[in-house]
Design a protein around this ligand. Structure first.
Ligand SMILES: *Cc1c(COP(=O)(O)O)cnc(C)c1O
Length: 445
């Protein structure tokens, strides 16, 4: 380590705001940052996939979060309770199955910034989007359009288009897709405001991402909600890439509903049980919905009578009794989030992704262009990059990185997503990525 770096490290011990000028392109510096990270011990709670004899540089937590070590035992415990207790596990299990969804409720609410009664863990993301639209997309002849973004995740687009068609309208006419007009394909608030001003009177519903999956852009939920409500549109957020990543303050945003999956930043395993949010002001409204027995009030559910009497709050949208083997990993994961704390994670995330951003801009600028906004409040952990020399070079770099143990992900046609997750990624991982890109550049020069 040179004197310059050592001097910086010493001065880092004094408490002062961290700025871009503090970053250094040096592996010892990165290691020292990791050593001083108050959240460093959490990495040890995760299983990092191997690359040969060493740990992979896993930058794919936006796609599938890693497995907590405690997950395996939690699943085995449920299998044991089932073996030991049979049906009585519903009441006598270590984590009784009947009220199981309540074991995750408070932690889930904290992560997305909601009241516990506003959230429920159930189903999967696209299913929840549909259930929410049954209640919150109530089209009329004058007002039946849905506003989404042009680059919406295909499942979200399929969901809204099929809802429009289900109500007898034409998606070609009623689906309004807003283009990302900024460089990098991101969307300005001004463009959202213009679209709502122009089309507001015919828009029934706005469905918007918390963090856009392709560009990594984070949105101001409260500001978009305000614009949508001013036009008397209902608004829901897809938080697939936001939950466990950014601070969403869902309740205060005032939005009508939200849904998210739990296998990305929430580390609950492939196809994990998703989350759903219904704002408190709708808790006791008699909204139309698709109903099932688990949404019925608990105190009279087992009287098995025909009339449906919904539980107030998000619980009233449940259909079936909960899948325990799918909820156990979520319970384990949320417990880790509770100990780490969303605010602390987000603080680390800004520094960590800030380092990756700085490395790319100062060391790799001739190779990579960043599509994600540079302002920390307009992004989460993820940076989306494009290789400057075209798609073929992009594929070549991506494959080189995979072969050398650095895993990001590739989205057609030419985007590579890199997401240091603050629970288990390190400054060293960002450094390793930069070094590998430089090695590729040297090899292909
Ligand atoms: C990951 C993701 C999905 C996936 O939907 P599932 O129902 O969980 O398969 C949907 N929408 C967005 C925006 C996503 O990022």
């Amino acid at each position: 380590m040179d004197v310059h770096v050592r001097r910086r490290l010493r001065s880092d011990r004094k408490i002062r705001p961290f700025t871009v000028n503090d970053y250094v392109f040096d592996s010892n510096w990165a290691r020292a940052q990791d050593g001083a990270d108050p959240l460093r011990k959490f990495r040890g709670e995760f299983l990092i996939p191997p690359h040969g004899d060493v740990e992979q540089t896993y930058l794919c937590g936006n796609s599938l979060g890693l497995q907590p070590r405690a997950t395996r035992q939690a699943l085995l415990d449920e299998l044991d309770d089932w073996a030991r207790l049979g049906v009585e596990g519903h009441v006598h299990g270590r984590h009784p199955w009947l009220p199981y969804h309540r074991e995750v409720r408070d932690a889930l609410a904290e992560i997305v910034g909601a009241e516990p009664s506003e959230v429920v863990a159930m189903n999967s993301l696209t299913v929840n989007l549909h259930l929410m639209m049954v209640s919150f997309y109530r089209p009329t002849r004058e007002r039946h359009a849905i506003l989404i973004e042009r680059n919406a995740f295909p499942s979200d687009r399929h969901a809204v288009a099929s809802q429009i068609a289900f109500h007898g309208y034409d998606p070609d006419e009623a689906l309004i897709e807003l283009d990302g007009e900024e460089s990098g394909g991101t969307v300005s608030m001004a463009a959202i405001e213009r679209a709502l001003h122009q089309h507001g009177s015919r828009i029934a519903l706005v469905l918007w991402p918390g963090v856009q999956y392709l560009t990594g852009q984070a949105f101001d939920l409260a500001a978009i909600t305000k614009l949508a409500h001013a036009q008397r549109c209902t608004i829901g957020f897809d938080l697939a890439h936001a939950a466990g990543n950014i601070i969403t303050n869902l309740h205060d945003s005032g939005c009508d509903f939200a849904a998210w999956c739990s296998y990305k930043y929430l580390n609950s395993g492939p196809g994990a049980v998703a989350g759903c949010f219904v704002h408190e002001r709708h808790a006791r409204e008699n909204l139309p919905r698709f109903a099932g027995w688990w949404g019925h009030r608990e105190d009279t559910r087992f009287q098995m009578r025909p009339g449906f009497d919904p539980t107030p709050g998000a619980d009233g949208w449940q259909l079936s009794n909960p899948p325990i083997f799918a909820l156990a990993p979520l319970r384990v994961s949320l417990e880790i989030f509770q100990r780490a704390g969303m605010q602390r994670l987000h603080q680390k995330s800004k520094k960590l992704t800030g380092y990756l951003d700085w490395l790319i801009r100062t060391q790799l600028n001739d190779v990579l262009e960043i599509l994600t906004p540079a302002e920390p409040e307009r992004r989460g952990a993820q940076l989306s990059v494009r290789v400057r020399h075209g798609r073929e070079a992009g594929r070549s770099l991506f494959e080189y990185l995979v072969a050398h143990g650095v895993l990001g992900d590739w989205r057609e046609p030419d985007v590579m997503r890199l997401s240091p997750a603050p629970l288990y990624n390190r400054f060293q991982d960002c450094f390793a990525l930069a070094e590998a890109v430089q090695a590729w550049r040297n090899a292909s020069a």
